[in-house]
Design a protein around this ligand. Structure first.
Ligand SMILES: Nc1ncnc2c1ncn2[C@@H]1O[C@H](COP(=O)(O)OP(=O)(O)O)[C@@H](O)[C@H]1O
Ligand SMILES: [Mg+2]
Length: 288
């Protein structure tokens, strides 16, 4: 199978077709210039050599847009071939460090595809969330390595939380800088963030109990919790954006936990709800 990604206005379409024979879609045939063929051959070659880390800076030419540099295309190709992704639809969110796309699996179910930008300086400051976590060894230098590690970390955190029964998007696949997980929302529209939703006291109580569950059952502290990293989908809450989450054994986990609780209290306080004292929540979460 071959994959072709075409950007049409805001929409990114991915075509899969048999490399041999006449099955190449008309649109793809039209699109292919000599330049693209050359690129595809090169991607194929790179893939065959199974060189997942490409050191040559000159090979990082933007292809479709800046997220899709060549290694990212190869990775996307790999994930599609392994059956975790059939189609990439529109972009859902364009952050500084990652973009989220709405995608579809072979069985038609919706997934969110988080593509970490490999060319970004913002990751350097994030080292402190990785160094000190006993689950990760020493970090090699180079921002690319940190990005890959960050993506791996988000995947592992999501999986741990999911297996512990914390409501988070179920992770499906991780490869280099691309993470595939359940799409929380409908028809390509993400569920409202907590900050965009009407909230009640029951939401506050639920969120505090999720912080506790995450700590006790998954041994994790989210470390970037706020009304922007919680979905309110119907009556349910989902925690997401787990790149920053740390193991409770991390030396700064208590500080991160305090910050998470403070953010949550501040948000619900602003919405006019009575909140528990920080100390009381801390005792409840960290107490056995
Ligand atoms: N699993 C998902 N399902 C649906 N939408 C998602 C999902 N994950 C992220 N999004 C959308 O993308 C936005 C940014 O995602 P997030 O993981 O918070 O990335 P960032 O690191 O840029 O903050 C979210 O606010 C949400 O709208
Ligand atoms: Mg976020």
């Amino acid at each position: 199978m071959a994959v072709c990604i075409i950007k049409k206005g805001e929409e990114i379409r991915v075509f899969r077709y048999r490399r041999l024979g006449n099955s190449m879609p008309k649109e793809v045939r039209k699109f292919y210039s000599k330049e693209k063929e050359r690129l595809e051959r090169r991607i194929h070659m790179i893939e065959r050599r199974d060189r997942m880390l490409i050191k040559d800076r000159s090979s990082e030419i933007a292809v479709v847009e800046e997220v899709f540099d060549k290694p990212t295309l190869v990775t996307l190709h790999y994930i599609m071939r392994s059956g975790d992704l059939r189609r990439l639809n529109g972009v859902v969110s364009t952050g500084k460090e990652a973009r989220i796309y709405w995608g579809e699996k072979e069985d038609g179910s919706s997934v969110a595809v988080k593509i970490y930008l490999t060319v970004t300086a913002g990751f350097k400051k994030r080292l402190s969330y990785i160094a000190g976590d006993p689950r990760f060894g020493s970090v090699r230098h180079g921002s690319k390595n940190i990005v890959m590690l960050w993506a791996q970390k988000e995947y592992r955190n999501l999986l741990t939380a999911y297996q512990a029964g914390v409501p988070v998007p179920k992770p499906h696949a991780i490869k280099r800088n691309i993470l595939v997980m359940d799409f929380i929302g409908k028809d390509g529209i993400s569920a409202p963030l907590l900050g965009e939703a009407e909230v009640k006291e029951s939401d506050y109580r639920r969120l505090v109990s999720l912080i506790e569950k995450l700590y006790k059952d998954a041994n994790l502290v989210h470390a970037d919790l706020s009304e922007y990293n919680v979905f309110k989908y119907g009556k349910r809450l989902f925690l997401f954006d787990f790149g920053s989450a740390v193991d409770v054994r991390h030396p700064l986990s208590r500080e991160f936990l305090i910050r998470d609780i403070t953010n949550v209290n501040r948000f619900f306080g602003k919405r006019g709800l009575k909140v528990y004292a920080l100390e009381d929540i801390l005792k409840r979460v960290m107490g056995s």
